[in-house]
Design a protein around this ligand. Structure first.
Ligand code: P6P
Length: 333
């Protein structure tokens, strides 16, 4: 058994340029995940179910646990003294950590993705994305530090709070998974260098919105449902309504997650900076692909912190298929 802490230190020796600070940063996220795990598993017992009565900048109801997770992760990250600021789905603007102007890193996060599932006991997740700041240390971070393309990520990962709680991360040297053992309070290595299986046969999309999808996506969905034994079609349809849970299953079993633009979300629903980019980094490190239907997600230049993007992520061959149908059917509806 190897713990997350031991693994990071071991890997740190493999990469002399790595600093102990990144180790401390991922440990802060580990601590936040343990606290969130504890409270998610009590959700039915204490007053943290339901909405907070507050809307976030997206106009979405903030769940009590969203705000709880956000605060716990913020305090864990600030306490390490190496993160100069964060951007979060739960924060209208980026947050400067006063007194940590020397921090070398910024963190972007979705503290509790899929939180509407909490009240119905369905898996949810935490998503994080780590960058070196680009403004000089010793000064407060600026928006510029948070507007970097996904290719600049130093590390990224997620925690999936499911039948077990798992932390999955990459620093650009493969994707590694750790399972939480609550009896020990430790995340233990469960899979090193995770990769997508050679061929995927699951597609994850909210087909209830079919009529609102671009024509290329509609054609792809029909393609998934056609009989073709050689390509393992018809594919299985699996959609949990929680990006982290759907992504995690597709990473293990092979598949593709799709959230296209729709009439309701003309730029897609998922946020580029703290949902698409970290999952795209992981996908590419696991031999997969992430696209907005035409472009590599990681190369998109962010314009605003909460900007959205159409998102197609999973086995490379499946994402290639979607891009082909989008090229052949450029009509929006
Ligand atoms: P819909 C959760 O709100 C989320 O951001 C993802 O985790 C999830 O895949 C998607 O939105 C679900 O959206 O519109 O299908 O309910």
């Amino acid at each position: 058994m190897k713990t997350l802490g031991e693994f990071i230190v071991e890997k740190q020796h493999d990469f002399p340029h790595a600093t102990g600070e990144l180790t401390a940063l991922i440990s802060a996220i580990k601590l936040g995940a343990k606290v969130i795990h504890r409270d998610i598993n009590k959700a039915g017992l204490v007053d943290i179910l339901g909405t907070s009565g507050v809307e976030n900048i997206q106009g979405e109801q903030q769940m009590k646990l969203d705000l709880f997770a956000n605060e716990k992760l913020k305090s864990a990250l600030k306490a390490r003294g190496i993160v100069a600021g964060i951007a979060s789905e739960e924060e209208d603007e980026f947050v400067i950590f006063e007194g940590v102007e020397d921090g070398k890193y910024v963190v972007l996060m979705d503290p509790l993705d899929g939180s509407s599932n909490i009240d119905v006991n369905v898996s949810v997740g935490t998503i994080f994305s780590i960058y070196h700041r680009i403004t000089p240390t010793g000064t407060p971070v600026t928006e510029e530090d948070f507007m970097q393309p996904g290719t600049q990520q130093v590390a990224a990962g997620y925690v999936v709070y499911g039948s077990s709680t798992m932390l999955v991360y990459t620093t650009g040297h493969g994707v590694h998974a750790f399972t939480y053992d609550p009896s020990l309070g430790l995340f233990c290595l469960s899979q090193e260098r995770m990769t997508f299986p050679p061929q995927g046969s699951t597609y994850s999309i909210n087909e209830g919105y079919y009529s609102r999808f671009p024509k290329g996506v509609k054609r792809y969905i029909k393609f998934c449902q056609e009989d073709d034994e050689a390509s393992r079609r018809p594919y299985t349809s699996r959609y949990i309504g929680s990006l982290v849970a759907d992504f995690h299953r597709n990473l293990l079993k092979g598949g593709i997650y799709l959230y296209p633009s729709t009439a309701q979300y003309p730029n897609g629903k998922l946020r580029l900076l703290y949902e698409c980019n970290p999952m795209a980094f992981l996908a590419e490190q696991a031999g997969g692909k992430a696209s907005d239907g035409a472009n590599r997600i990681l190369e998109l230049k962010p314009q605003t912190i909460h900007q959205r993007s159409p998102f197609f992520v999973g086995n490379t061959s499946m994402v290639d298929d979607v891009e082909r149908f989008m090229r052949e059917n450029p009509e929006q509806a």
